[in-house]
Design a protein around this ligand. Sequence first.
Ligand code: 2AM
Length: 182
Amino acid sequence: TAMSTHRLFVALRPPRPVRDILIAAMHGIAGARWQNDEQLHLTLRFIGEVDHHMAEDIAAALGALYAPAVTARIAGVGLFERQGRPHMIWAGVEPHEPLAALHRKVDQLLARVGVAPETRAFTPHVTLARLNRGSGPVAPFLALNSDLASSAFEFSHVTLYESELGHGGSRYHPVARYPLGG
Ligand code: 2AM
């Protein structure tokens, strides 16, 4: 309906062999909610809830994206805490600079249609698991996967996703894809 909102974010989708490496590492923390294959992505820019008109403006604005493809690799794992407790386990993606440059470009295009600029620091990562109070210790996982790595791979397009919040975790639906490079 015209009243409905869309929860949007802009992300990069790791290619199949990289997703396989990430999925293979997903064990060893009791009670962790591991991401499934469909959920794996690197968030370039979280947008949040917008109405249908804004969603169309955003999709159109991203059509002006002109940026090189980004060559990257998986490099280690990390932990985000919330209120002093383990909250999320992620895989690092390096190098940061070309990803930060792409993040800034996306930010600029979104600013044109009135999306407020991002205030949070941009930390390129792929979320592997969400944790809660009942989850087991994370230190063994972090130690075991400190050298988690992939070969160099290319992000060849940017994807606009819609997030559907659900009981079994969020579902992420690709809305539009924008090519990078040539
Ligand atoms: P996360 O995986 O690091 O939690 C869809 O919700 C995507 O947007 C997720 O990758 C999530 O990041 C990210 N996200 C959700 N809320 C966010 C926020 N307030 N700021 C930045 N990123 C957010």
